[in-house]
Design a protein around this ligand. Structure first.
Ligand code: AMP
Ligand code: ZN
Length: 473
């Protein structure tokens, strides 16, 4: 297999990807909290994970891809405070939390399908895995990582050596109380809930019995429990947005590694944020741009995909409609170019391996350099302008590269208009036919060359007849 390098947040370096099992990549991605629609920022994270998956597939790996659906336990603040996001959604819409979860899970699946994101191999819901989460908390309890307060079971982060290694957290700085407000019952500012008790005298819509009392799991425990269940104690790649580095993923490491005593993940990959001009996009604020908002304004979902493709996943993107417009123009130009090429190809065109090899090598170099698909797109534009390639070669390469881009380029139809051969070219071809009849092969060859330089090719057929094909526009 070709060398593939990925930027690992854990080491802050690009590292060569070496899977635990030959030929298999085990990938876990944090999925949506289904109390509302995904905003276009969330979708950027799933898009980056899709590029990762497509690059792994392109390299010949079998990809076992697991994504959780958070349908319980995610509080409005990542710090175990505030309302439960699901209950908030339920109150907003006058539906049960279960109805809310189902509705927004389906909406999420529809969005990612529209964006041509390949769905995960396994979707797993937090509420379907309560037992596994309790089991993991029991394991942590046995190993002395937990303590109980008035409102839940907490993880004592001071007991986990290297807590915060992923985010390189300044634990002492945090202890001095600069960043996180915390419930006074917590022993350390970075401690977090593993299990929250249902409020006394109040019945929550989602609650379960546990060894510590009725309640519901903290948000972080679901990902530790489900990644371990489906991918094992140690697996290859874990992804999410950069916001997950300091809290969610830091806590996942403390939970899984606290219980197993093993390294949980070999490569941590994080996608940068998409921001709006007015600032951070927030789902809980209720006002945000959805994919449907873009569709309502006349953009296609794949215009947005093309827009995302242009920026490397570790760079911030500032969203604006002007930028989306130029992406749409770029995508339309690409489709027009391909439609023209399709109308030019003849069955007689063949693919010359030597012509295509350089581009194939350059392309894999781009995508295998920490998923630089944007550079792969620039390379595609370059090859479309290359006169050394015939239309069939161009289409072959573009369709292959689209396995990464996911822009449905193979569905572009040939341009309808007939492309006519100019009269001067036909005249030259007639002259060549005449030269051949007179056995003046030198002249015939010169004329063939002249025709070719003008972008056409004479194809000899039976009984001295010929046809002319266009080799470039
Ligand atoms: P959530 O549904 O809020 O749990 O977030 C789902 C995914 O979207 C997570 O991987 C987040 O890290 C990611 N995310 C949240 N906001 C943004 C944003 N503005 N840009 C890119 N990714 C984001
Ligand atoms: Zn997660």
């Amino acid at each position: 297999m070709e060398k593939l390098t990925l930027f690992n947040t854990l080491t802050r370096k690009k590292e060569e990807f070496n899977p635990i099992e030959d030929g298999i990549a085990k990938v876990y991605c944090c999925g949506p909290t289904v109390y509302n629609f995904a905003h276009i920022g969330n979708l950027r994270s799933y898009f980056f994970e899709d590029i990762l998956k497509r690059v792994l597939l392109y390299n010949g790996y079998k990809v076992e891809h697991v994504m959780n659906i958070t349908d319980v336990g995610h509080l409005v603040s990542d710090d175990d405070e505030g309302e439960d996001k699901m209950e908030k959604g339920s109150a907003r819409e006058g539906k049960t939390v279960w109805e809310i979860a189902n509705f927004y899970t389906e909406a999420f699946k529809k969005d990612i399908a529209l964006l041509n994101i390949i769905p995960p191999t396994i979707y797993c819901k937090a509420t379907d895995n309560i037992f596994e989460q309790i089991d993991l908390i029991i394991c942590l309890e046995k190993k002395g990582f937990t303590y109980v307060t008035g409102d839940g079971v907490y993880y004592d982060t001071s007991k986990f050596p290297d807590y915060g290694k992923l985010a390189r957290l300044d634990i002492e700085g945090l202890e001095e109380g600069k960043r996180i407000e915390f419930s006074s019952d917590k022993k350390n500012k970075t401690d977090f809930a593993l299990w929250k008790f249902s409020p006394k005298n109040e019945k929550r819509q989602m609650e379960w019995e546990s060894p510590w009392g009725k309640g519901f799991p903290g948000w972080h425990i679901e990902c530790s429990a489900m990644s371990r269940k489906y991918l094992g104690d140690t697996f290859d790649i874990h992804c999410g947005g950069v916001d997950h580095i300091p809290i969610h993923h830091t806590n996942e490491i403390a939970q899984t590694e606290g219980c197993t005593g093993k390294k949980s993940v070999n490569y941590w990959l994080h996608g940068e944020f998409l921001i709006e001009e007015k600032g951070k996009m927030s789902k809980s604020s209720g006002e945000f741009l959805r994919l449907q908002t873009l569709i309502d304004k006349g953009y296609s979902p794949l215009d947005y995909r093309y827009f995302l493709l242009m920026t490397h996943y570790r760079k911030k993107i500032k969203f604006s409609f002007e930028n989306l417009d130029s992406a749409r123009n770029g995508y339309n130009n690409l489709k027009t170019r391909l439609a023209e090429l399709k109308s030019l190809t003849l069955n007689t065109d063949t693919i010359n391996i030597l012509n295509t090899e350089t581009y194939l090598n350059k392309f894999i170099d781009c995508i295998n350099d920490d998923l630089n698909a944007g550079e792969g797109l620039a390379l595609t534009w370059e090859l479309l302008k290359d006169n050394e390639l015939n239309p069939t070669e161009k289409l072959f390469l573009t369709n292959l590269f689209d396995k990464i881009f996911g822009l449905n380029l193979d569905k572009v139809e040939a341009a309808k208009k007939d492309v006519t051969i100019p009269a001067d070219i036909t005249k030259l071809a007639e002259k060549r036919k005449e030269a051949k009849r007179n056995k003046d092969f030198k002249l015939a060859d010169e004329l063939r060359k002249e025709i070719k330089e003008k972008g056409y090719e004479v194809v000899d057929e039976k009984d001295g007849k010929f046809s002319i094909k266009i080799i470039r526009l």
